[in-house]
Design a protein around this ligand. Structure first.
Ligand SMILES: C[S@@+](CC[C@H](N)C(=O)[O-])C[C@H]1O[C@@H](n2cnc3c(N)ncnc32)[C@H](O)[C@@H]1O
Ligand code: SF4
Length: 467
C-alpha cells in the first residue's frame, strides 16, 4: 500500500469539518454499551463454548495495574500506591483467577498472543514476575512463535528485570515515552530523562528482543511542531521496529486525574494535526510504513507485511498478526472477548478480591453481540486495520448482500459532501477502500457503520476527538 504525502493545509481544512468525538474502535460495540445484564454465569457459558474450539489458539492478556505515581495525562486503568504489600495481595488473587480460568478451559490451552499490560507491569519485582509467569505456564502452553509482549516504563525498569523478561520468554518490549520535551513532561507530571529511555533501549537491544516499540502521544499540553521534530529525531535515531503515535485522548469526565492538566495549554486542533502530519512525514522518509491510524513499523516488520496482504488484526492489545480466536483477560478491569461476547472484570480492587475469594469470576459487566453487531464489528475492524474491506468476504461469512444490508451506510458514504465525494473512500463492486487523506478520518468512516452512535451520547461527550 502506498503512503501518499499529505498537504497539511488541505488536511487542516478537512479537520475543521470532521474533528468530532468518536470511538477508537478497540472494540465494537464500544465499552459504553457494556452492561450488568451480562453476568458471571454468562461468562462461564462463553468459556464453555470457547473450550469446544480445542484446536484454536487463544490470546491472553494479564493486567498489572500498579504505578508509583499517576501521570496526569494517563487514561489507563491504574492503581497508584508505593505500598508493595498491596500488589502482593493483588498477585495472590491474580494467580487464583488464572487457576480458575484454566479449570474452565480443560481442552483449550494454546496461546498465540500473550501480553502483560498496565499500569506498569515492571512495578512488580523480578521474583513476582517470575512467579506469575510460572503460574501462567503451569496451565497454558505459549506457542514457540507466539507474540509475547510487555509494557515497560523506562523510569522504573531495571536491567535485571529485562534479563528476566528475556529468560522467561518475552519477545516484544513496548516502552512508554510520550514526549522527550522537559516542559511537556512537566505539564503532564511525567519526568523521564532522555537518558533513561536511551539506556533502557540500548540494554533491550543488547538482549536481542524480537522487537521494540515506543509509545508517543501527540496533542499533549505545550507540544509544538519544533519540539516534536526533535522528539522524532531522537526516536528515529533509536530506530525501534514499531512506534505507536497515539492521538491524546482527553476524557476528564471519565479520568479525573486529567483534570490536573491545564486545558489552556493544549495545542489547537490545527497544531495537533500538524504534529501528526510532521511525524508521519518523518517516519515515511525514514522508511517506516504507516499501520492503520496511528502506528508505524519498519517495512520488514510483520505488521507491515500483514498490512500489505490485508491480514492485519486489532484487539484491545493493539495491532497484531497472531490474534487468537478468543481473547481472555485476567486482572482488575481486564476485558475478555470470548465467543462473541465481551466480559469486563471489576475495576475496583476490593470487588475484584471479593469475587475471587468466593471462587467466582470477577465479571462486572459485559455484552453479548447479536448477529448485526458481529457483521458491523467485522466491517469496522477490517476497515480500521487494513483500510480496505473485501465486501464479498463479509457477504460469504454472514450470508448477506452487502449493498442491501448496508444500503443506508453506502448512501451516507456516497452523499454529495460525504466521504466518497471528499476523496476518502472508493467503492467498488467487491470492496471498499480508504484512499488519499481518508486514512486521517478512518474513525469518521467507521462511525457511519456504528449502529449505536446516534442514540448513545444524548449530547454529552462520551469519546475523545477523532483527530
Ligand atoms: C499502560 S501505559 C504504558 C506503560 C507504562 N505505564 C508507561 O507509562 O511507560 C500504555 C500507553 O498508553 C498511552 N496512553 C495513556 N493514556 C493515554 C491517553 N489519555 N491518550 C492517549 N494515549 C494514552 C501511553 O502512550 C502509554 O505509554
Ligand atoms: S502513563 Fe503509565 S506510568 Fe503513567 S500513570 Fe499511566 S500507566 Fe502509570
Amino acid at each position: 500500500m502506498s503512503d501518499p504525502a499529505v498537504d497539511a493545509r488541505v488536511a487542516l481544512e478537512l479537520l475543521r469539518k470532521y474533528d468530532r468525538p468518536g470511538p477508537r474502535y478497540t472494540s465494537y460495540p464500544t465499552a459504553v454499551e457494556f452492561s450488568e445484564s451480562y453476568t458471571e454465569a454468562d461468562y462461564r457459558g462463553s468459556l464453555s463454548a470457547a473450550d469446544g474450539a480445542a484446536d484454536e489458539p487463544l490470546s491472553l492478556y494479564v493486567h498489572l495495574p500498579f504505578c508509583e505515581e499517576r501521570c496526569s495525562f494517563c487514561g489507563c486503568n491504574v492503581v497508584i500506591t508505593k505500598k508493595r504489600e498491596v500488589s502482593a495481595e493483588y498477585l495472590d488473587h491474580l494467580h487464583r483467577e488464572i487457576d480458575l480460568l484454566a479449570r474452565h478451559l480443560p481442552n483449550r490451552r494454546r496461546v498465540s498472543q500473550y501480553h502483560w499490560g498496565g499500569g506498569t507491569p515492571t512495578y512488580q519485582s523480578v521474583e513476582q514476575m517470575r512467579a506469575l509467569q510460572e503460574r501462567v505456564r503451569s496451565h497454558f502452553e505459549i506457542e514457540p512463535d507466539a507474540e509475547v509482549a510487555i509494557e515497560v516504563d523506562p523510569r522504573v525498569t531495571t536491567p535485571e528485570q529485562m534479563d528476566l523478561l528475556k529468560e522467561i520468554g518475552f519477545n516484544r518490549i513496548s516502552m512508554g515515552v510520550q514526549d522527550f520535551t522537559p516542559a511537556v513532561q512537566e505539564a503532564i507530571h511525567r519526568h523521564q530523562t532522555e537518558e533513561q529511555t536511551r539506556d533502557l533501549f540500548a540494554y533491550t537491544r543488547k538482549l536481542n528482543f524480537h522487537s521494540i516499540n515506543l509509545d508517543l502521544i501527540y496533542g499533549l499540553p505545550l507540544q509544538t511542531p519544533e519540539a516534536f521534530e526533535r522528539n522524532m529525531e531522537v526516536v528515529l535515531g533509536l530506530r525501534p521496529e514499531r512506534v505507536a503515535l497515539y492521538s491524546y485522548a482527553y476524557i476528564p469526565w471519565v479520568k479525573s486525574n486529567q483534570k490536573r492538566l491545564d486545558a489552556t495549554l493544549f495545542p489547537s486542533p490545527e497544531i495537533k494535526l500538524q504534529l501528526f502530519v510532521l511525524a508521519r512525514e518523518m517516519f515515511l522518509e525514514a522508511g517506516y510504513v504507516q499501520i492503520g491510524m496511528d502506528h508505524f513499523a519498519l517495512p520488514d516488520d510483520e505488521l507491515a507485511t500483514a498490512m500489505g496482504k490485508k491480514r492485519l488484526h486489532r484487539n484491545f492489545m493493539g495491532y497484531t498478526v497472531k490474534m487468537g480466536s478468543d481473547m481472555l483477560a485476567v486482572g482488575v478491569s481486564g476485558i475478555s472477548d470470548v465467543r462473541g461476547a465481551f466480559a469486563q472484570n471489576e475495576k475496583k480492587l476490593s470487588r475484584y478480591y471479593d469475587a475471587i475469594d468466593l471462587g467466582r469470576f470477577p465479571v462486572e459487566r459485559g455484552y453479548a453481540l447479536d448477529r448485526d453487531d458481529l457483521i458491523r464489528r467485522e466491517t469496522i475492524t477490517r476497515l480500521m486495520c487494513n483500510l480496505w474491506l473485501d465486501t464479498t468476504a463479509i457477504e460469504r461469512e454472514f450470508g448477506i448482500v452487502f449493498a442491501e444490508y448496508f444500503a443506508p451506510e453506502l448512501a451516507a458514504l456516497s452523499a454529495p459532501d460525504g466521504p466518497v465525494a471528499e476523496g476518502f473512500v472508493a467503492i467498488a463492486p467487491d470492496h471498499l477502500e480508504i484512499v488519499g487523506l481518508g486514512r486521517f478520518f478512518v474513525r469518521n468512516v467507521a462511525m457511519i457503520f456504528d449502529r449505536y452512535l446516534e442514540s448513545r451520547s444524548g449530547g454529552k461527550p462520551v469519546f475523545s476527538r477523532t483527530v
